[in-house]
Design a binder for this molecule. Structure first.
Ligand SMILES: C[S@@+](CC[C@H](N)C(=O)[O-])C[C@H]1O[C@@H](n2cnc3c(N)ncnc32)[C@H](O)[C@@H]1O
Length: 392
């Protein structure tokens, strides 16, 4: 493909991503994967170049652009050599019109950038939300140790004791260590947040929003595969992905429970007042994960944040009911908005006199309210807020 044809292909994919973002359709990575599969003539170098252009353009536009072409013109403002590809050639984009406007830059739609700024995420802190994410793995302590494990590519040790950082795009899924469950892909910040649970062997721990089990597996390793680990979610598909991962990791203590949204406690009655710890890795706006999903900032709405905050609060209330006296509640969100993080947790503990905020002994990140904040800019991790409370 010519450079111009690659740019045109990227513009077409961007059009699909923009419509999907507006209509709540498929995420960008799926639109890109499907779009590239349909372009059989594109070789591996073309695909890489097109992907690079698409994600470069997504990162370059703050608000959702009107068209893929406007998004690409915005990228051309930052990479002027790209303008040469607008040459009107047969497979390339039409020449740039005299008054043609590029899409607007910025970190996010204005309203969202303002809310981040109100949570002290502005300037370089905000820009770093759109950096390219590295690839972090966690060495599964049930099967290996970070010091002794030999991998095809040596990783850089992370602050999290089992974490290693590899260059982005390292094909770990093909490695024997991955297939054998010796390593899992997990952001270093996520690994640190799991440590806040202080999971011990023999305990009863509930992972209330387990998804496909990223944090569940880290908890199983911390528990040395001894005790009871209940992994819950309302999403059947995500939860069903946990079982093969747990088997690969050798985590035998995990029991999955599918929850009914709005009636979560129905399936958890047996655990009321019994848990040593409950992890609430709550659904959130994901403002801390834009490095991986930069187009997700085009999907968030004020209404959605309000809906999520209400759900987060309710999940914390449920967690409080599952804890035994002296048990630990750990709240985690991969958002940097205080309304989902420090402010929400403060509001919750203020409303629940039987839950007292305490600090997990982890020397990472910075205090935010009664919890801890990790950011891409300062910690090189995804953005997280996590906090802990003890049941009296
Ligand atoms: C941040 S994700 C969890 C990620 C997972 N813990 C991990 O480390 O990979 C939040 C999860 O909450 C789930 N969820 C949404 N509503 C829920 C509810 N009412 N009860 C329990 N889980 C819920 C979502 O399906 C999603 O899987």
């Amino acid at each position: 493909m010519t450079p111009a044809a690659r740019v045109q292909a990227a513009i077409e994919l961007l059009d699909g991503i923009i419509s999907a973002a507006r209509e709540g359709g498929a995420p960008a990575d799926r639109v890109v994967a499907d779009g590239l599969r349909a372009r059989r003539y594109a070789g591996s170098k073309d695909r890489r170049a097109i992907r690079e252009l698409v994600y470069g353009a997504i990162r370059a536009c703050g608000p959702v652009p009107d068209t893929g072409r406007a998004a690409m013109l915005r990228l051309a403002e930052l990479q002027p050599e790209l303008a040469e590809s607008f040459d009107g050639s047969s497979y390339g984009p039409a020449s740039i019109g005299a008054n043609e406007k590029a899409a607007q830059g910025g970190v996010a739609p204005a309203w969202l950038a303002e809310r981040l700024a109100a949570s002290d995420i502005a300037g370089e802190e905000a820009e770093a939300l759109l950096d390219r994410a590295p690839l972090d793995i966690r060495v599964n302590a049930l099967k290996a140790t970070r010091d002794a494990l030999e991998l095809p590519v040596a990783g850089e040790p992370l602050l999290a004791p089992h974490g290693l950082r590899l260059p982005a795009g390292t094909p770990v899924e093909g490695w024997d260590a991955y297939k054998g469950g010796l390593i899992e892909v997990q952001d270093g910040g996520s690994q640190l947040a799991c440590m806040a649970v202080g999971a011990q062997p023999g305990e009863t721990i509930i992972d209330l929003c387990a998804g496909a089990g990223g944090k569940t597996l880290a908890l199983a390793a911390a528990m040395e595969n001894a005790g009871t680990l209940v992994a819950c979610d309302t999403n059947r598909q995500r939860l069903s992905n946990l079982r093969p991962r747990a088997e690969r990791a050798g985590a035998d203590i995990v029991t999955e429970i599918l929850l009914n949204p709005g009636r979560e406690l129905d399936a958890l009655d047996a655990w009321r007042g019994k848990a040593d710890a409950v992890l609430v890795d709550a659904p959130c706006s994901g403002t801390g994960t834009w490095r991986r999903n930069p187009e997700s900032r085009w999907r968030i709405t004020p209404d959605e944040i309000e809906r999520l905050s209400a759900l987060q609060f309710r999940l914390l209330e449920i967690a409080g009911q599952l804890l035994r006296p002296g048990g630990r509640l750990v709240y985690v969100v991969c958002s940097l908005l205080d309304e989902e993080g420090a402010a929400l947790f403060g509001r919750f503990t203020a409303a629940c006199p039987d839950l007292l905020a305490d600090s997990p002994a982890i020397s990472a990140g910075r205090s935010r309210g009664s919890g801890t904040r990790l950011t891409p800019y300062r910690d090189g991790t995804d953005g997280f807020f996590f906090a802990r409370a003890a049941k009296v």
